[in-house]
Ligand binder design. Sequence first.
Ligand code: MG
Length: 387
Amino acid sequence: MTVQNIVLLGATGSIGASTLSVVREHPDRFRICALAANSRVEEFCHLAREFPRAKLCLYDETAARTAREALGGRHVLSGMDGLLEMVGDLEATTLVNGLVGSIGCRPTMEAIRRGMKVCLANKETLVMAGEIINRLLDEHPKASLVPIDSEHSALHQCLAGRPNAEVESLVLTASGGPFRDLPREKFAHITVEEALKHPTWNMGPKITIDSSTLFNKGLEVIEAHHLFRVDYDRIKVLVHPGSHVHSLVQFQDGALMAQLGTPDMRLPILYSLVAPERVSLSGDRLDLAKLGQLLFQEPDRERFPALDLAYEAGRAGGAAPAVLNAANERAVALFLDRKLSYMAIAKVVATCLEEARFSRHPEFDELLAADSWARGRVTELVKEMRA
Ligand code: MG
């Protein structure tokens, strides 16, 4: 077996930690050739010492300078150029992209151009630039893209390479978040602390808020559309509070295939690295007898308007998903900053979608323009609301 040389972006985040755990468990298969993070210097330096031969990059220039000093003058790249240089490493075979937000796009595109395998946790890449990414994948047949997102990994596992003409629908499961059963009238008083309590998965703050609003599921619908090239009418969302079934594929013959497991991101990460192979992984196994039963319900589209907003943006195509994603990202940051109420997150995103004017088939630069327009517009709208 050939060793995979991995460029790990987002090394100090939760995807990074799980990836490193998988790498440590299979040193014969995986080697870390480059590590990048945003600005968490201390954790980053710790990892840099564990992997003394890895190329290093901190996106934040000030953090990079601090790291250079702390690591006794070791070379630490910075900024987008630094990330792209690491992806361009001649030894690199595999990109694990665990970056948060739209900065994950360009490294993904660069890795595809270089014919690499991309293990993608950064869903913004596909939400924002799915059409461009698919075009690039068609142009670079040596490259491949495998999702790390647990639902999409589940779909990939259930599909097992079957052509999408055999698929009746893709069914994405959603935990429903902490407010699944909260009555509508109480939504106006949801606090940051309450929204940060995810019932099953332990993740970063942005995605935890997105899980509670169902924006995360909405983004995942768009992600699934591009990954599996299935139209929106054939992508469904099902609330499944236990998060034991990670997603399902309904085939044309009526067979429903599901992938189940414990909520442990190491499995989708390992699977993305070795698919379609199956490789051993330590850890707990799902005990179905102990579980006893599985619960499912339809999502409530009134209390969780984010879901329909995402379908709408996805169907509109062009720059609309980029606007949806960026507006939401900015709105969540303002909510976490206590400058925007919980219910207003979806409202400002809806306003941005209504106002946005971009061409039908934007190139990447126009997507970036749409992204920054949406962020600025949300900031303005929130200022107006607070005035
Ligand atoms: Mg997910």
